[in-house]
Design a protein around this ligand. Structure first.
Ligand code: NAD
Length: 428
């Protein structure tokens, strides 16, 4: 295991974007450059070598990283991704974003993120298990329930968490303590079903609260959702339960639109059985494109697919008055400026999709209590926390930062909390 010099991440464009955002927040807060200098580097970045025996008998070596950005508020927390183009710079940037997201969520965690440079589709299940176990063993002395708590990210899932947990339990020899080393575990080994629905539920909660403060409540309001995966499906389900009318949803195959409302349960069944939501046939449904979905005459828009879909090219044609960002980075800064001027409220990703990490914290607490909470109680808690957080950011935004988009207020609050913790601890 080696410490990596800053030169390995400083030139990465994703890292540079994260630093730019940090500088903007620092400017709003009036923080000096020397504090930015402290915050722009991770506290620790480890690189590990992971040799595995492929099914064809040959040894192959993969590289993995874990970036521990900041621990002023508590143990590092953030996912681990498997992708063939993962870079140390991307991992550091993502760990910095986790610091802000966790800070804004008001949970006692710092920020971390990990990755392995691998195309997981090229590995068998056995090879993936060997890779996962060896990666976790290699970083084991830098993680732990009180130190750094990973979770799933791109191409990792509850099964990956089960392997990590098992490897760690073997290393430390304390299975029940080891529960807390990862979150989003399968329910059989300390996970909560509530974690499965939590990000979509949280995005829906953010939209519900935003609707109350901006457009007179959620009931009867029309909603379009781009992306009908984990986040989009549960956002749709809960918004419908609260009286909104979900008129359009989409996946890579295209979008379905019915101005009278989509039957969300039926769309989920069609998606699960045929993998394409466009096979939905009920009512007066029309097939439209993903681009058209974004421009529908709706009250609320939920981008829950991928990044950079709302840009300066389409921002002027967007009619929604509230956008709740389920996906990470769906709105470009230029588009955000245009929409802000039009009076559209964009609930930023670090607030709107924090339901997942907040539920991870609830799972971790539950593990420490020996499995005390029911899923129902866990969801009730998430509702209370997301509602409180949304309203705190909204009020601060209106009071101090209303000339900027809501994201500026969210970043300012998040960075400020970390800086105050660092000062109290005597770090700066
Ligand atoms: P997912 O893979 O379950 O679903 C993604 C959906 O988006 C699929 O229906 C897919 O067909 C669709 N999609 C992908 N590219 C598209 C495109 N270009 N146009 C239209 N549809 C497209 O993924 P997910 O877990 O629901 O994550 C969605 C987004 O939310 C991602 O940006 C992810 O980073 C973010 N997010 C997820 C979580 C979580 O806990 N799952 C937490 C925080 C943020």
């Amino acid at each position: 295991m080696t410490e990596i010099p800053a030169a390995l991440y400083e030139n990465d464009p994703t890292y540079q974007m994260a630093v730019k955002q940090l500088r903007e927040a620092a400017k709003l807060l009036g923080l000096p450059d020397e504090i930015v200098e402290v915050l722009r580097h991770p506290e620790k970045l480890v690189q590990v070598k992971i040799p595995i025996r492929r099914d064809n008998g040959k040894i192959e070596v993969y590289l993995g990283w874990r970036s521990q950005h900041n621990s002023a508020l508590g143990p590092y927390k953030g996912g681990i991704r498997y992708r063939e183009d993962v870079t140390p710079g991307e991992v550091v940037a993502l760990s910095m974003w986790m610091t802000w997201k966790n800070s804004l969520a008001g949970i006692p965690y710092g920020g971390g993120k990990g990755g392995i440079r691998v195309n997981p589709k090229q590995l068998s299940q056995r090879e993936l298990e060997e890779l996962s176990r060896k990666y976790f063993a290699a970083i084991a002395k830098d993680i732990g329930p009180d130190v750094d708590i990973p979770a799933p990210d791109v191409y990792t899932n509850p099964q990956t968490m089960a392997w990590y947990y098992d490897e760690y339990a073997k290393i430390i020899g304390k299975p029940s303590y080891a529960w807390g080393v990862v979150t989003a575990k399968p329910v059989e080994i300390g996970g909560l079903y509530a974690r499965v629905v939590s990000t979509g539920y949280g995005t829906a909660l953010a939209a519900r609260e935003a609707a109350k403060r901006w457009i007179g409540g959620i009931e009867g309001k029309t909603v379009a959702i781009q992306g009908f995966g984990n986040v989009g499906q549960y956002a749709a389900k809960y918004l419908k339960e609260w009286g909104a009318i979900v008129v359009a949803v989409s996946d890579r195959s295209g979008a379905i639109y019915d101005p009278n409302g989509i039957d969300v349960e039926e769309a989920m069944r069609v998606k699960a059985e045929t993998r394409k939501v466009t096979n939905y046939k009920k009512g007066d449904v029309k097939i439209i494109s993903n681009e058209e979905l974004l421009e529908l005459p709706v009250d609320i828009l939920i981008p829950a697919a991928t990044e950079n879909v709302i840009t300066k090219a389409n921002a002027d044609r967007i009619k929604a008055k509230v956008i709740s960002e389920g996906a990470n980075g769906p709105t470009t800064p230029e588009a955000e400026e245009i929409l802000h001027k039009k009076g559209v409220m964009i609930v930023p990703d670090i607030l709107a999709n924090a339901g997942g990490v907040t539920m991870s914290w609830i799972e971790w607490c539950n593990n420490r209590m020996g499995g005390w909470l029911t899923d129902e109680e866990a969801l009730e808690r998430l509702d209370r926390i997301m509602t409180r957080n949304f309203n705190r950011v909204f009020d601060e935004w209106q009071k101090k930062y209303s000339e900027y988009p809501m994201r500026a207020a969210a970043y300012a609050i998040a960075v400020d909390r970390v800086v105050r913790a660092m000062k109290l601890r005597g770090w700066i």
